[in-house]
Design a protein around this ligand. Structure first.
Ligand code: DX5
Ligand code: ZN
Length: 218
């Protein structure tokens, strides 16, 4: 099984001090930062855009920018996010877009490719694309807001994607996002998840170093 990776979600950080939030993650030796991008259409909320990533890079952030596009038309913004400093660009399977062409555009910009699915979307929706992506993001809440309760009904999908990964010998990570804390991460880990987005639980943890150490031992 892939070693566990913790990806703190900057969405749960103080939005008037995002640079400090990112710097705290780096100071703890955590290599990844999860960036949630919302368009007020695919999800009923707005967050931040490419300029925020670019500003974090200008401040010297060398974190791996795990960029989650919750957008109805993600293909229109791939170039902007890549230029701004994204390392991975994850798009959703639900919008009726040309996913294969969008993956090619993401790779063409030198970024890694992720594919996300919402709680109501069956695992079969991502199955045809598994060989073309580096990561599958199984949403464990309905996207749009941090701080929601983890949905246990998403656990079988993690196990299904893991089963396909093993059967086909695929080199891809399985990420979970939404309501992740140490307890829910353990449930996901037992089904094959290896990459854990943590917003509220990380930024509200009284001892973030201890929190990160416990994730590393999952
Ligand atoms: C939800 C976002 C998540 C969110 C997770 O729309 O995709 O990444 O930040 O937040 P928590 O960990 O608080 O559930
Ligand atoms: Zn996310």
């Amino acid at each position: 099984m892939n070693p566990p990776i913790l990806a703190p979600s900057l969405l749960a950080s103080d939005h008037a001090a995002l640079g400090e939030g990112a710097a705290r993650v780096a100071a703890l030796g955590i290599p990844w930062l999860h960036l949630d991008i919302m368009d007020g259409h695919f999800v009923p909320n707005l967050s931040f855009g490419p300029e925020t990533l670019a500003a974090l890079r200008r401040r010297g952030s060398a974190l791996f920018f795990d960029t989650h596009l919750m957008l109805s038309e993600p293909h229109r913004y791939v170039g902007a996010f890549a230029k701004a400093g994204a390392d991975r660009i994850t798009i959703h399977v639900e919008p009726a877009i040309n996913h294969v062409a969008t993956f090619a555009a993401i790779r063409g910009h030198g970024c890694r490719v992720g594919l996300a699915l919402n709680p109501g979307t069956p695992a079969e929706a991502v199955e045809p694309f598994l060989a073309e992506v580096d990561l599958v993001l199984v949403m464990t809440v309905q996207p749009g807001f941090g701080g929601q309760a983890f949905r246990e009904d998403t656990l079988p999908k993690i196990a299904q994607v893991d089963a396909w990964r093993r059967e086909r010998g695929l080199d891809l990570r399985i990420e979970v996002d939404g309501g992740i804390d140490l307890a829910t991460a353990a449930l996901c880990r037992a089904r094959g998840a290896d990459t854990f987005v943590a917003g509220t639980s990380f930024f509200r943890a009284p001892d973030q170093a201890a929190f990160a150490a416990r994730f590393a031992a999952l």
